[in-house]
Design a protein around this ligand. Structure first.
Ligand code: HEC
Ligand code: HEC
Length: 155
């Protein structure tokens, strides 16, 4: 009996509060425009696939950095450049033994130090997964317009 009484009281409370809030909502509120352009209950459509810019390494202009200490963006294509525990294609061009012959920008000295600052003869494993920080670019319009300006100096 007690549970049924509780249930009835809860239902009554819900009904009353619905009536109360409905009466408050007289002025229509402007709906926020979500970036997903979709109802929250609907599935998100996958964004259109955009081709990465940049072609074969060796023919691309470097991309200007936006701020100091930014991991430089990758100006060339990276399709098929494997990074796994056996091979790292990026190292085969950018690592100390190869960069001169490949005419590729040398990996920064910071990458050959561990987190305690100890100098290593090989790249520190914490930097092994290059694409975690360095990414290729697509010509995607910004989702939100902004007035950001890159640093004027630097490379
Ligand atoms: C075949 C050699 C080669 C391979 C493989 C290669 N790169 Fe490059 N990379 C270059 C060259 C050469 C440049 C200079 C720009 C150009 O000419 O394309 C460059 C430029 C870059 C830059 C820009 C550096 C700067 O100072 O602006 C980054 C970052 C980079 N590569 C990261 C990578 C990553 C990450 C991979 C692996 C996914 C990779 N590269 C694989 C040759 C290579
Ligand atoms: C944890 C983030 C991170 C990872 C992982 C990483 N880098 Fe970098 N990289 C940076 C940052 C930040 C810079 C710019 C500052 C510096 O040189 O330390 C940079 C700079 C560079 C440069 C330009 C150096 C110069 O003197 O202009 C090259 C080339 C490069 N990285 C290649 C690589 C390659 C190849 C890998 C993978 C083997 C890699 N990086 C992994 C963050 C990273």
């Amino acid at each position: 009996m007690a549970t049924r009484y509780k249930l009835i009281m809860t239902l009554a409370a819900v009904a009353l509060s619905t009536i109360f809030f409905a009466s408050c909502a007289t002025t229509p509120v402007e709906k926020p425009q979500a970036l997903r352009h979709n109802q929250i209950t609907m599935e998100d459509p996958a964004p259109a696939l955009l081709a990465y810019q940049g072609k074969t390494p060796g023919e691309q202009e470097k991309i200007a950095r936006s701020y100091e200490q930014q991991p430089p963006l990758i100006p060339h294509k990276i399709d098929g450049y494997r990074i796994d525990f056996k091979v790292n294609r990026c190292l085969e061009c950018h690592d100390r033994p190869f960069y001169k012959e490949e005419q590729a920008p040398k990996i920064g000295d910071s990458h050959y130090r561990d987190r305690e600052g100890k100098e290593l003869t090989q790249i520190w494993m914490g930097r092994y997964n290059c694409n975690q920080c360095h990414v290729p670019q697509t010509d995607a319009p910004p989702l939100v317009s902004n007035t950001f300006q890159s640093i004027k100096t630097g490379n």
